[in-house]
Design a protein around this ligand. Structure first.
Ligand SMILES: Nc1nc2c(c(=O)[nH]1)N[C@H]1C(S)=C(S)[C@@H](COP(=O)(O)O)O[C@H]1N2
Ligand SMILES: [Mo]
Length: 214
């Protein structure tokens, strides 16, 4: 117990020195689970992921088709608005930027914002430029294993801080939807589930944009 406590504090001090601990955050070695409502079931026969809205053509991938898409890995620090941070997490999945670059999603010039739609009607909004950056991934795997059901299996959006990439806007972890089912490209912004409940619209981890302003 004491041993774990000192390990945690040592790690936290190291991250602070490296400039990787945002204001008000503390390091956890666990992976807390946070969401509203129940964990949905997954049926690979009926699951799909859709891209719609301000696109030249709507796209729909079945689970089998989604497995064939080009894959990307990224390591990021996760920062939850409830003040825990988890460092050096390894994710694998599909990058939205790759889908756009390869013409698999053809955006209209009007597309400026994206709403992630998840099972049971959960939504979360981001500017398009954030979703197209290297620190946002449509993730199927965490630390080499399929994401567990409570963390979003089979697919979640995940967003975090890539060390030394201060150039990339980094929002809190709630800006990635677990159990993701579609991406709605929009000309205008639209606050999602937590944003409507009073969470900050931009959610920048370095500016401590937790609650209050939309
Ligand atoms: N579908 C869905 N995704 C969600 C949420 C939710 O309520 N429903 N909550 C968000 C919040 S508030 C957080 S902090 C992260 C937590 O991810 P984790 O449970 O993997 O730590 O998921 C985000 N994604
Ligand atoms: Mo959260």
């Amino acid at each position: 117990m004491f041993r774990n406590f000192t390990d945690r504090r040592d790690e936290e001090d190291r991250m602070k020195k490296e400039g990787r601990l945002p204001p008000g955050q503390s390091l956890t070695q666990k992976f807390p689970v946070l969401h509203y409502g129940p964990v949905p079931p997954f049926n690979p026969a009926t699951w799909d992921l859709r891209a719609w809205g301000e696109v030249e053509q709507e796209v729909r991938w079945t689970w089998d088709q989604f497995q064939q898409l080009p894959r990307t890995t990224v390591s990021m620090d996760l920062h939850c608005v409830t003040k825990w941070s988890k460092f050096d997490t390894a994710w694998e999945g599909v990058s939205v930027k790759t889908l756009v670059d390869e013409g698999l999603i053809r955006l209209k010039p009007e597309a400026k914002y994206v709403v992630q739609h998840a099972e049971y009607g959960f939504t979360v909004n981001l500017p398009l430029e954030v979703m197209l950056a290297e620190n946002f991934l449509l993730a199927t795997h965490f630390n080499g294993e399929p994401i567990t059901p409570d963390h979003g299996y089979p697919l979640r959006g995940v967003v975090g801080y890539i060390p030394e990439r201060e150039d990339l806007p980094t929002p809190y972890l709630w800006k990635g939807a677990k159990w993701l089912r579609s991406l709605e490209f929009r000309a205008t912004d639209k606050p999602g589930f937590w944003e409507q409940a009073g969470y900050h619209n931009e959610a920048d981890i370095w500016k401590e944009q937790r609650f209050g302003r939309y």
